[in-house]
Design a protein around this ligand. Structure first.
Ligand SMILES: [Mn+2]
Length: 322
């Protein structure tokens, strides 16, 4: 399976590596690890993300190489899409790739639409970083310390520090292998988890104050209007992970975050703690996707409308099991 990916990358001269909008550390860490490896093979490598390089991921080695895509399309032999389940989640990256590139899609989202010319989708892997780790191991690549830091950050963040569904012996083997390759767990973890900007704390404080409970306390939600976001001075990257704090409440099966976006759209992030409650399936009804226990969608409508509609589907799903 990995041969199919390796051959075109080996023969390519110019490669683009990119991932989804609103990137997380799995998206960016995987991008950077792949880029470091490909540069080591002598390739000309370009790394883009629609959102550029968010400030909070500056601990990732090689972060300065990630830029927003240009206006004028560029030519590549291969485009390596990482951690991205559907093509439109690549955002403006898609328009910046001239026709003719071979698209390789490597991902772990169960909802992946296999939009690549070559697709390697492994939903048993809790992070794209773990797929890359196993790929590098399978083809005998020596993982450098900067590559290891990127892959460890990818795996640690996507598994909630080796806790979430899908974390298994393979994940810990990858963790062990990356530590052997140079990762200093305490230093990297401090950079990842104990370096939050004050404005993110203010957002958390706001979210906790505004959290509402529904469906006999089995659903917890909070909403963020553009006005509140402006007043708190939060950046889009500050939202990540706040929903997980809400999910951690005893008895809560689903936590949902509604974020008002420009142009009459709402970003919904849904988390489940009950393996029988598949939030990916629910998000797919709204043209979103993700994982069974962590998924999202962007839905047209006002905050109030979207909130009501989405909440109804989740409540029905929970009540159906009573
Ligand atoms: Mn991921």
């Amino acid at each position: 399976m990995f041969d199919e990916i390796l051959a075109p990358l080996k023969s390519a001269r110019r490669v683009l590596v990119a991932s989804h909008v609103r990137p997380d550390a799995d998206a960016l860490g995987s991008t950077l690890a792949a880029a470091l490896w490909l540069r080591g093979l002598g390739k000309e490598v370009v790394t883009w993300n629609e959102d550029g390089m968010p400030e909070k991921f500056r601990y990732l080695p090689g972060h300065e190489g990630i830029t927003a895509p240009p206006e004028i399309p560029e030519k590549f032999d291969v485009f390596l899409a990482l951690d991205t389940s559907v093509k439109n989640r690549l955002g403006s990256v898609v328009n910046a790739i001239a026709p003719g590139a071979l698209w390789i899609n490597i991902d772990h989202h169960v909802s992946n639409e296999c939009y690549g010319d070559i697709n390697h989708v492994d939903p048993t892997s809790p992070a794209t970083g773990q797929i890359l780790y196993e790929f590098f191991r399978a083809i005998g690549v020596e993982i450098s310390h900067p590559m290891a830091d990127n892959l460890f950050a990818a795996i640690s963040t996507d598994t909630g520090s080796f806790q979430y569904q899908g974390t298994d012996s393979r994940t810990f083997e990858a963790g062990a292998g990356l530590i052997a390759a140079g990762v200093d767990v305490a230093t990297l973890s401090r950079a990842m988890y104990e370096n939050q900007p004050r404005r993110r704390f203010e957002l958390l404080r706001f979210a906790l104050n505004r959290t509402e409970f529904h469906c006999a306390d089995r659903i917890a939600t909070f909403s963020l209007t553009m006005e509140d976001a402006g007043r708190l001075g939060v950046l889009p990257e500050d939202n990540e992970g706040i929903i997980d704090q809400v999910r951690s409440i005893e008895g809560v099966q689903a936590a949902i975050f509604f974020e008002e976006l420009p142009e009459g759209r709402v970003r919904v992030s849904a988390r489940s703690k009950n393996p029988a409650l598949d939030v990916c399936k629910i998000c797919q009804i709204f043209k979103g996707g993700g994982h069974r226990l962590a998924a999202g969608a962007r839905i047209s409508g006002s905050l109030a409308q979207v909130r009501e509609e989405f909440l109804k589907v989740v409540s029905d799903e929970i009540l159906k099991r009573d």
